[in-house]
Ligand binder design. Structure first.
Ligand SMILES: Cc1ncc(COP(=O)(O)O)c(C=O)c1O
Length: 398
């Protein structure tokens, strides 16, 4: 099987992720920070070590402001619901994932929050000036997807962040697709709140993600529960990281994330990106040469993740994906990719979405050659189906 579904989750993980998780969980898989015995301390240290590693990875100032959640969706819900209230105005974009669109839509429908969505241009980019144009006196939040999980474009977050900072508006960035592939610096990029997921390019397991919250930003608590410390307090604790963490943390996930981020840091984000961009260019060139293949927002591969979506003319994405899987052993993702407005804007919602290839650090040139070969065969078959059939020799014409 050739795995080209890394934009959904990276697979496989580095060997060190599996071995570290196994070793840690066997040795110290206890509830961290709740008691004073040695194993409990070791589990707590792992959690705090992972906080430190990630805070450094994003160039944050305070590891305690790195709060763990289950994934990006969970982190984005904590941030969006904790930043907005009735009467506020929020700006986002049509390139967002449902993990942003749906919490915003809920607040719009039930919470008295006004929401404006900025469309992306024909190349798949958000114009910072378009965001600036929508600022209003009650604009409280701008939330932007750093890298598209459908068309792969990387947004100019530093420019958008600067505009938000000048206007005193909180800037929340969804780095689900970019963390581990694009260098991110919360200070230089003017990011107030950053949401990440552990299981994609940070190469950790599923079930762990989180938020980094800048020093002067206040995210209200929207949940409450156990923190393991100061149990007599009636209200959920105000200080970070407890403020946004609830219940027993996912220490097995944190162990895997620690090993994943360590691997990414040792290899280097730029080195990983260079490898994937080389494969993306091969894929793009190969698909571009096939008649009947249409790619979306792929005019230039600069400011671009190793994610590419396409369709074979006349075929539904799901059928192309099934043929790639069954006939060619290639795993990819088809459909709307939890980003319905991207497909609405591209017009691909009417043909049930697109086929997406997501390249990861362990893909090879041979994987790409086989993927191009598979698509070429499917497109040729489709073209032959569409050609009018010749009348068989010897048979009387009707
Ligand atoms: C851009 C983007 N945002 C958010 C998410 C949600 O991530 P998770 O499923 O880890 O919560 C994804 C996952 O596909 C994504 O691509």
């Amino acid at each position: 099987m050739i795995f080209l579904d890394n934009a959904a989750t990276s697979f496989p993980k580095p060997e060190s992720v599996y071995t570290f998780m196994d070793g840690f969980y066997r040795r110290a898989g206890v509830n961290p920070g709740r008691s004073g015995y040695d194993l409990c301390m070791e589990a707590g240290e792992l959690l705090d070590g992972t906080r430190k590693l990630l805070a450094r990875f994003f160039n944050g100032t305070d590891p305690n402001r790195l709060c763990f959640a289950y994934n990006s969706t969970d982190a984005l819900n904590l941030a969006i619901n904790g930043l907005l209230q009735a009467g506020d105005h929020a700006i986002s974009t049509t390139i967002e994932h449902n993990s942003v669109l749906r919490p915003l839509h809920h607040l719009k429908t039930y919470g008295g929050v006004e929401v404006d969505l900025v469309p992306f241009d024909e190349r798949g980019f958000i114009d910072p000036a378009e965001i600036r144009r929508r600022f209003k006196p009650n604009t409280r939040l701008v939330v932007v997807n750093h890298g598209s999980n459908v068309v792969g474009t990387v947004q100019p977050i530093r420019e958008i962040g600067r505009l938000c900072r000048e206007a005193g508006i909180v800037f929340l960035v969804d780095t689900s697709q970019t963390a581990g592939k694009v260098p991110i610096d919360v200070r230089a990029d003017f990011i107030d709140v950053l949401a990440f997921t552990g299981h994609k390019s940070l190469l950790g397991p599923t079930g762990i993600g989180g938020l980094y919250v800048a020093d002067d930003v206040v995210v209200r608590q929207t949940r409450a529960g156990g923190t393991g410390v100061r149990s007599a307090e009636k209200l959920h604790l105000e200080e970070y990281p407890y403020r946004l963490e609830y219940g027993t943390p996912n220490i097995l996930g944190a162990a895997g994330l620690y090993a994943g981020v360590t691997w990414v840091t040792e290899r280097g984000v730029e080195t990983i990106a260079a490898h994937e961009t080389k494969l993306l260019t091969m894929l793009w060139t190969g698909l571009n040469e096939i008649d009947g293949v249409r790619m979306y927002c792929q005019d230039a591969l600069t400011n671009h993740l190793s994610v590419l979506s396409f369709n074979v003319e006349g075929m539904e994405a799901g059928d192309t994906g099934t043929m790639l899987d069954v006939d060619h052993g290639i795993a990819c993702r088809t459909g709307l990719h939890c980003a319905p407005l991207v497909h609405e804007q591209l017009g691909t919602d009417k043909i049930k979405g697109a086929v997406r290839f997501g390249i990861g650090p362990f893909n090879t040139e041979d994987d790409i050659r086989q993927a191009v070969h598979g698509v070429r065969e499917i497109a040729a078959l489709q073209a032959s189906r569409q050609r009018p059939r010749a009348v068989p020799a010897g048979k009387p014409k009707a």
